[in-house]
Design a protein around this ligand. Structure first.
Ligand code: FES
Length: 87
């Protein structure tokens, strides 16, 4: 079934690109141009990626969480002394 009628990209092709590392609609667009003309297929591509078409997504999520935690800790340490420390 076609996901992107502008470029004739099928659901199977999106899944294949996801298996080779394209885990976002932008990466899918970079691989096959899907979503770069009228854009009406981007939500379908997002839905496909969200339904497990990207096997690396689970592997990437802990990295995102670790980065977010590290960033929050770094921001907290850069915010300066607390009122208790300043007194
Ligand atoms: S249907 Fe995909 S860009 Fe138009």
């Amino acid at each position: 079934m076609y996901v992107c009628s502008c470029f004739g990209i099928t659901e199977q092709q999106v899944r294949q690109h996801a298996e080779t590392g394209a885990c976002t609609p932008r990466q899918i667009a970079g691989a096959c141009k899907a979503g770069t003309d009228c854009g009406s297929c981007v939500r379908k591509i997002q839905a496909l990626l969200g339904r497990g078409a990207c096997p690396r997504r689970e592997a990437l999520d802990p990295v995102v969480l670790t980065t977010a935690t590290t960033t929050a800790s770094a921001a907290a340490s850069l915010s300066g002394p607390t009122t208790a420390e300043a007194a």
